[in-house]
Structures are given as C-alpha cells and as structure tokens.
Design a protein around this ligand. Structure first.
Ligand SMILES: [Zn+2]
Length: 499
C-alpha cells in the first residue's frame, strides 16, 4: 500500500483490475484497456525538478505553522515531519537527517482545505452560467448539458475539477455526483478522481435527462448499484477514495436511497432548504420515518424551518454551506448564523463551477462577510443582544476541520496532528497581496488567494511544489478538457462560443 502511495496512484484504490502492489505507471497501463483510459492525462512520471524522492521522509522546515489542533498549537516558526503518508511530528527544530527538506520559510503551513459538496461532473462547464438562477441551472446545466454526458465526458470533467481543487489547496473534496446515467458513468467518475490523486469522497447520485424525471433513465442503476461500487472500489478504508450516497427526490424515494446507503455502510449527503421548494418540511417527513441519523450531511439549509434545524442538531447531522452560490442563484441566505445559533459548526463547499470560482478563499470570505453583515444589520436596527461576530479563525476551521468532519474523515485529516495523514498546504507570505507578513490567520482568510498556494501534499505525496502541479501534463489535460467540452456542446446542440 505504501508503494502505491509513494508512486503516486490514489493510495489503496481498490480497482479490481489492479493488484495492490502495482505502481502508478502499471496502474495506468493496466487500465488502458478500458474505454476511458486512453484519455488518461496525468503523467506517470513527476516533473524531475519537482518530484519527491521515493521512500524518504519529508521535513517541511521553518514555516509559520497553523496546526488548527489546540493540543498541538500554532508556531511562529516550526517544522512538520512527514513519514510515508503520515504526519510524524509538528514542532520547532526537528532533526531528521534522512529527510528530504522542503523549505517553508516565507510560507504558512496549514491543513489542506476540505470541500464538502462539489458537482465535479461540471468540470469543463466552468463559467457556463455566470448570470443564471437555480431554474436556469436546472435547464442549462442539468437538462441540456448533463443529459448528454457520456462516460468519457465525466472522466474528463472529474479529472479537471479534481486537479483544479488540488491547485488551489483543496486536498479533499466531496464529489456530489448526480450524473450516474449508467454504471459506466460511475466507473469513469471514480477513475477521474483516482487519476488526479486528490482525496475524494465519491457521493453516488442519480442521473440527468432532458425532463428532470431522472428515475425514468433506463440505463441508470441508481441507487442499487452502490452495492457493486462498494465491492469494486471501496472495500478498504485505507485509501484516498471514500463512498457516500447523494440523495434526492420525494421523501419516499429518499428513504429508499438512505436504506441503500446504510445497507453498504455509506454515509449520506442531501440538498435541503433550497429556495421556495425547500419550505416543504421535508426533514420533518423524513423524521416521521425515523430516517435521520448522524451519518448525513445537509447541504444549503437556507429555507429550513426551526423544527428541521432542531432535527439536524438532535440527530447529530453535519451541514455544508455553499455561501457564494447561495447568494447568486436564489437558494436563500447562507445560514451561517442560524447554524451557530443551533450549536452546529458548518462546513463549506464550492457547489457548481458553472457559476462559482473553484477556490476556498472565496468560500471563506463569503460566509465571513455575510455573517458579519447580518450582525451589523441587527445592531443598526437596535438589537441590544446581537450574536457575536465570527472570527477569521472560526472560518478557517469551517474550511478545514469541519469539512473533514462532514466528509467523515476527521480522524484522518483536518488538522496538523501527529498520526493523521499528511494533507497540508504551504501558502506563500512573500507575495504582494500579503507582504510584509504579520497576522497568519488574518492573511489566509482576508487577503490570500490561489496565487499563494505554493505546495500541496496529500497523504504525504507532493502534489504541487513551487507553484506547479507535480506530474501533470498540462497540454494533455487541456486537450482532454477541450475535446470533452466540444463533444458535450455538440451533443447538447449548443454553439461553443467564447464571446
Ligand atoms: Zn449542489
């Protein structure tokens, strides 16, 4: 298993056609027989100058370290020792003579961001709907483009979206994948995630068609095919990919989906409280069927009633706020303050790259400014007992640890804690947007952007170094994305124009 990780495959990825000891190169060659593998675009060999040295520990030296673990603490300057896939130590002045050193001076070292909800099958449809509402999204993205997607398309989309996530410091992302028009679509989505090397939660969802009556898709095996997916790809917990079920529909249909998930031990993610349609007391109906448990993440939650909020709290559910898209498309106000009032710490998510940038700096700043605006508005209106203002540290915790919790991975990731997997990022402080560097948490949340993301490690593997993705053939990725985009536009009968 360690060999797999060190050589770059999605560690322990349980593809049945690959023996566990296969190297990444062998993995790619072996699967090249598959219909989708001919388009594999992640190089087997890392860029020589950026490649990590196999088998050696990594010592990240002299960074300003935000562990976000109160027991470990933060440091003006400290080192992080990574052995294999694991964080071995976080403290100043670590001696590790055999280690490969990554110079972290002029950087902040912190846990990678964790996205709890992104529809990655839209990876080559970025910016297709910058001015659209939720209704437009359903018509254009789901029923026009999504309805025509073939497995090769979703492979390319997932790979693009995953590499984009890594590039911006998102080391773990939940792929909310409601494009499962056939089992082959599922295979392709999972392969796209695996080939990227990102840590991902594959949330297996329904399909897309022109009518929106997705249960009529004859080739879809949703939700029953989740049993095959569990056996074929997710039989181990010691891998970068985790299985969830993405639920949706009537209360009766969703109860069946929840059962299918729980039968195979998969956690669940579901959109609730979205716009006017979210005022149907859906969670009260689900609760009447005793279907609500702590294994579920509730997305958006903008228009839930108070009883529903209490049900989430009482059953131990987690939530995901996609603040930026919620302000754009008519979901309702991002419920950050409501969640805090209820004693629920939210996670954050990008949701749709068709309307939203793929980075987490945008997500953090959106919920931060909206929560503060809400408190200011109450104070200005004469409220004598307004809520507390959110702090930048709380927002950073939403973007990391709370994401890990909602993705069911808090024991593995989300803080820089010895024993956890080494999913971490180095953000440059010697850039014009933050220099001269002073307040670390303030710099990350207030001023930084993707241009500050210098280095990214996932399970101890260096995915990005010196501002460049490692082992990614960008020309091939661009070609793969363009071909899939043109194929999908043509199938959807939409002219592919830039102006
Ligand atoms: Zn969504």
């Amino acid at each position: 298993m360690a060999h797999l990780r060190n050589t770059g495959a999605a560690g322990g990825f349980g593809c049945p056609c690959c023996a566990p000891s296969l190297s990444r190169r062998q993995f790619l060659c072996t699967t090249a027989a598959g219909a989708i593998a001919s388009s594999t675009a992640v190089s087997a060999i890392a860029t020589p100058a950026l490649a990590q040295q196999p088998g050696r520990p990594i010592l990240i030296k002299g960074g300003c370290v935000l562990s976000l673990d109160r027991a470990v603490g933060d440091f003006e300057a400290a080192d992080v020792l990574v052995q294999g896939k694991t964080i071995a130590a976080v403290r100043p002045n670590i001696e590790a003579p055999n280690a490969e050193v990554i110079d972290a001076s002029n950087t902040i070292v912190l846990p990678g961001f964790v996205d709890t909800h992104r529809h990655m099958w839209q990876g080559f449809l970025r910016n297709v709907l910058p001015d659209g509402s939720l209704d437009d999204y359903r018509t254009v993205v789901q029923r026009t483009f999504g309805a025509k997607m073939v497995p090769d398309d979703v492979y390319a989309a997932n790979l693009l979206s995953a590499l984009g996530a890594i590039d911006t410091g998102v080391t773990c992302v939940l792929d909310w994948s409601h494009i499962q028009n056939s089992p082959e679509h599922s295979d392709a989505c999972i392969k796209g995630l695996a080939d990227s090397g990102v840590r991902a939660v594959f949330a297996y969802g329904a399909g897309q068609n022109e009518t929106g009556r997705v249960w009529e898709i004859a080739t879809s095996k949703y939700p029953g095919d989740i049993a095959r997916l569990r056996r074929q790809y997710f039989s181990s917990d010691d891998q970068l990919l985790t299985l969830y079920l993405a639920a949706g529909g009537t209360p009766e249909a969703v109860q069946d989906q929840f059962r299918a998930a729980r039968d195979v031990g998969a956690r669940i993610t579901i959109h609730v409280g979205v716009g006017e349609g979210g005022r149907s007391a859906f969670l009260e109906k689900m609760n009447a069927a005793q279907a609500l448990k702590s294994d579920t993440t509730y997305i958006h939650c903008c228009t839930l009633n108070d009883t529903e909020w209490k049900l989430i709290k009482d059953t131990g559910g987690t939530i995901s706020i996609a603040g930026y898209v919620e302000t754009l498309m008519g979901h309702g106000n991002p419920p950050t303050q409501k969640a805090i009032d209820m004693g629920i710490r939210p996670s954050l998510s990008v949701d749709v790259e068709t309307s939203v940038p793929n980075d987490f700096f945008t997500q953090m700043r959106t919920v931060f400014s909206l929560q503060k605006n809400e408190v200011w508005a109450r104070r200005l209106a004469g409220d004598k007992n307004p809520p507390k203002f959110l702090t930048v540290r709380e927002v950073l915790e939403f973007a990391t640890f709370e994401g890990a919790r909602a993705n069911g991975l808090e024991r593995k990731i989300g803080t820089l804690t010895p024993g956890k997997d080494a999913d971490l990022i180095l953000l440059r402080t010697d850039r014009l947007n933050v220099m001269p560097f002073n307040n670390a948490v303030g710099a990350v949340v207030t001023s930084m952007g993707p241009q500050n993301v210098d280095t990214v490690l996932i399970a101890g593997k260096v995915m990005k170094r010196e501002g460049r993705l490692v082992g990614v053939d960008m020309a091939r990725i661009a070609k793969l994305g363009r071909e899939a985009q043109e194929r999908n536009y043509k199938a959807a009968n939409v002219p592919n124009k830039r102006i």
